[in-house]
Design a protein around this ligand. Structure first.
Ligand code: ZN
Length: 277
């Protein structure tokens, strides 16, 4: 009976003993009893086996969790990489397309030869250049081209243009040409060329005035019977001007490159230059 009672106590204490939670005296007592009692030794083995099994299960669970976690991580990483690649591909394509377009649509035309007036090679400006007299002026009496400058470069979408024509007229031709200019209007917009004595260094008529940084105007040098026709596009800096600054509108580029965004424009919309009829 005594043995059985000790067995009951040892059985109770064994879990604590295995966790090393018992004090030295108890530990000694348990160990002494285990040496003698086969039944309690067997129970101890049983407990140990259970504990081992439990630890094994825990490890498995945690391994499974880790596995799931790492799979999840890979999925996140994949998703992230996918997004990065997509964005890179989209931006890359856009940049490539712009670069390609710019390369394929480069234009560059420059001449100061008065014989080439009105050829307007590689012109993609937004003005229709109504103010500029037509080609037949070459054949007519009473007109003399004094100076011609044609410089258009950039891409077809964004072109910088500087066109200047200086003509000297006979008295009769001068009046005729002035009348033509002031009578110009656009049928679609019903807008008219404006005459001013204030905004330019000389009395002037303009079709475009700061519209999308474009200027198209004629200066009237009445005493000399001369007209100076100008077209500027692209917000040309004064320093890059290929002709005298004295022919610029008075307010031209006064605030650095801050041009008036929308000024005056007789043309319906900014269409690429189409051939004159
Ligand atoms: Zn026992």
């Amino acid at each position: 009976m005594k043995k059985n009672r000790t067995c009951a106590i040892v059985e109770d204490l064994l879990p604590s003993y295995l966790e090393e939670l018992t004090n030295d005296t108890t530990k000694e007592m348990i160990e002494e009893h285990l040496k003698e009692c086969k039944k309690c030794r067997a129970y101890k083995e049983e407990l140990l086996a259970e504990k081992e099994e439990f630890l094994l299960q825990e490890e498995k669970k945690s391994a499974g969790f880790k596995k799931r976690l790492s799979r999840y991580r890979y999925q996140l990483l994949g998703l992230f990489l996918g997004m990065v690649l997509t964005v890179a591909a989209v931006f890359g394509s856009i940049i490539f397309a712009i670069a390609y377009y710019n390369r394929e649509t480069q234009t560059e035309a420059h001449t100061e030869n008065i014989q080439e007036y009105r050829e307007f090679d590689d012109y993609y400006g937004i003005s229709k250049l109504y103010l500029f007299p037509n080609a037949t002026i070459k054949d007519k009496r009473g007109v003399e081209i004094k100076k011609y400058l044609y410089d258009c470069k950039g891409t077809k979408l964004f072109q910088d243009c500087q066109i200047l024509l200086e003509c000297e007229y006979s008295k009769e031709k001068y009046e005729e040409e002035k009348k033509r200019i002031l009578g110009i209007s656009d049928r679609e917009t019903e807008l008219f060329v404006k005459y001013t004595k204030e905004e330019y260094p000389y009395p002037a008529a303009y079709a475009m005035n700061g519209y999308e940084t474009c200027y198209e105007y004629v200066l009237f040098l009445d005493e000399e019977q001369k007209m100076i026709y100008v077209y500027l596009q692209g917000g040309i800096d004064r320093r890059d001007l290929l002709f005298s600054e004295e022919y610029l509108p008075l307010e031209y580029g006064q605030n650095g490159m801050e041009f008036e965004a929308i000024g005056y424009n007789i043309y319906p919309i900014e269409e690429p230059f189409s051939e004159e009829e």
